[in-house]
Ligand binder design. Sequence first.
Ligand code: PAF
Length: 320
Amino acid sequence: MNLKKVTIIGPGALGILFAAGIWQKFKGLCLLHHDENKAMGLEAHGIEVVKAKNGGKMVAFPKVTASSRDLGTQDVVLVLVKTYQTTTVIDSLKDLCGKKTAVITLQNGIGSADILETVVPRSNLILGVTMHGANRVEENTVVHAGKGQTFLGMVDSDAEPLETAVEFAKLLNRCGFETNFVKDIYPIIWKKLLVNVGINALTALTMLRNGQILKYSNLTKIQEMAVREAYNVMQKKGIDVGLDLKGVYDLVRKVSMDTAENISSMLQDRLKKTRTEIDFINGAIVRIGRELGIETPVNETLYALVDFWGYGHWEQAEPR
Ligand code: PAF
């Protein structure tokens, strides 16, 4: 089948990166923005993608709109809003989805699928993970900080892959976003979650770039303690990422080194003074740990600190 209509919801760093990349090969791409004026600006000026590696630039001009009502039924809807904004896309999904529409989420952390499932049948819901590093430096400019793989899988691991989703994976590959459709997406989701548990809150609280954490042994210790708790929770859930605990520490350290110069997404949120995804990362470990009877004091501490600071208290200079 040929895809005719694809909409990306969410004009953040990854949203505009994917919109620009896909538009190069597929002009039926539309980006749904929450703000009408910004949508008009983005459509008029285009999206600029700057490659961090060599400074190379390209500009793309996809359709950008704030109204989902006129777009009609889509073949694919890619949800890329911040995880805590998932409830805000419910109405748009009602406008955009038909019987065969694949709804794909590449959002961070764990929890958005439960929200999407309230309007999208499980047979149409695809979970994904992307390792691309993106940093939005202006309203319409994104720095592509690092290429990585993207993985997609049905929310029900036993379900047949939806045709539209498989076509979309092919389209992503044609656009230079290396993508694999896998039978069981959950180990990949948890692998990324373990990495985010180890890096995001610590970098946001300390204002360090990812690689800097490794230079402070006390911080590396906290990183390992948080990751160990998450690993225990994951094991109790019966998810096997194919690594023992040491292997997971090595993975987190490797990602910290590979992305040493990155400002983690949570630190980016702190710098922008916006809400973070802590609820769906360390907060998810605390929540699932409680359900399974596993103590997670380090994640609870990281969660409490980021949660407090993340609600507009980031830059308080004076004691209150
Ligand atoms: O959230 C992030 O920033 C990224 O997932 C990662 C891998 C930690 C790199 O910065």
